[in-house]
Design a protein around this ligand. Sequence first.
Ligand SMILES: [Zn+2]
Length: 513
Amino acid sequence: MTLAVVRSRGLAGMVAPEVTVEVHLANGLPSFTLVGLPDTEVKEARERVRAALQNCRFEFPSRRITVNLAPAELPKESGRFDLPIALGILAASGQIDARALGRYEFAGELSLSGELRPVRGALAMAYAVSRSEASAGRRGFVLPTHSADEAALVGEVPIFAVRDLLQVVAHLAAEAGEERAQRLAQHRPSERGAVPHYADLADVKGQPAARRALEIAAAGGHNLLMVGPPGTGKSMLAQRLPGILPPMTDDEALESAAVLSLAGQFAPERWGRRAFRAPHHSASGAALVGGGSVPRPGEISLAHRGVLFLDELPEFDRHVLDVLREPLESGRITISRAARQVDFPACFQLVAAMNPCPCGYFGHRSHACSCTPALIARYQERISGPLLDRIDLRVEVPSLGERDLLDSPGGEHSALVAQRVLLGNERARVRQGCTNAMLTGADVDRLCRPAGAVRQLLHSAGSRLGWSARAYHRVLRVARTIADLGGADELSATHVAEAIQYRRSLRDSSTAR
Ligand SMILES: [Zn+2]
């Protein structure tokens, strides 16, 4: 009996555990058995590997072939293991030299003709390998060309790109000392995309209060709820938040790219671009937070380090919204499927929008609202208190009259707003190492201690509006961001008063008219 061992990688959430592909050849009736893959995928994998080997003029051994993919309990998608299985059969049957095999890891799906097709999550895989100590610098990764392009962006793992099976075999022969064989060069990463381009805030007419709230949200990392009738620019404003956020660090860009790669949605030109995801309110829980038999990231993870926009918030399934509470606190989501759990990053900024009432026209300047007070109350109560509690900023986006629109000056450009945001954001990071939105209650007590008149203002507002301790902390966090935007070290009454404006409950803002 002859044995060959080839190393590959699986994917479980953002972790890429090593998978060992063992190939045994034994005498007896010819057969081809695959162990460790789901039954539905075994047949296809067998056929692809057999056809690819034969079409590349290798001998397909007429012996008893047993392939074992270990560990057994990992979820495995068959395609990525085609290349390691084919190489294992070639090594076990003595058609290639097995010595060089151990220096590399391999992944790639084979076409029937032996060409290699990309695998899902190549960047995520390389990212995981670069962060796992076990394999630090030990081996290079051999991947299909398209997958190699994205994996090479990680930069810390040597990547080798191959078009087809024959190219891999030639490289291994060269490594084993055969002089005429063609050796692969380490793959160079393709150009990272240029500075990302976003829609400009100058396109939004009027709405100074909402623009201000958007700027505060950007500077402090706060979640934002916009309330207003249809057609007042809520979606336009939300779409422009990524363009005023601070530029991504290399680490953030890498994490974001890794998550997109898991979903097969990464392209090099998206490098460093903050995501904007706007799932429809009919989206299922799995689409929103992730799921599936081989768990895939949902919208909240695809929005990692970017913006998740939920338009018509009360129309979302309440149970689905409740699931958002955990990632809003922790920046991660854990998905449990049968006996296993996977973790995806989900550190996103939430922007939500809603009409003030079911018909949309409550408080509209010219359009009459047809809803009863009871109907309006029920509509607003669809959003649970605990979710609302995680939204620091609430702002009204009123309908504009024709005069207002005509008289409104063109809005400020995003580039100018982004400069202020960056300065405010840096003040917070230098002071405490994170954005203001991430401060815990204890941090707030330590860092934002208002005194005298400011303290009095805060407490009288709090007792009038019935705030919890949590609500106090939220107001202070926002006030801290407003002070940072103004370049102030101390919280003033003006900062706190503005922050209080953004804390009014939905009921307050609707009954105040
Ligand atoms: Zn109405």
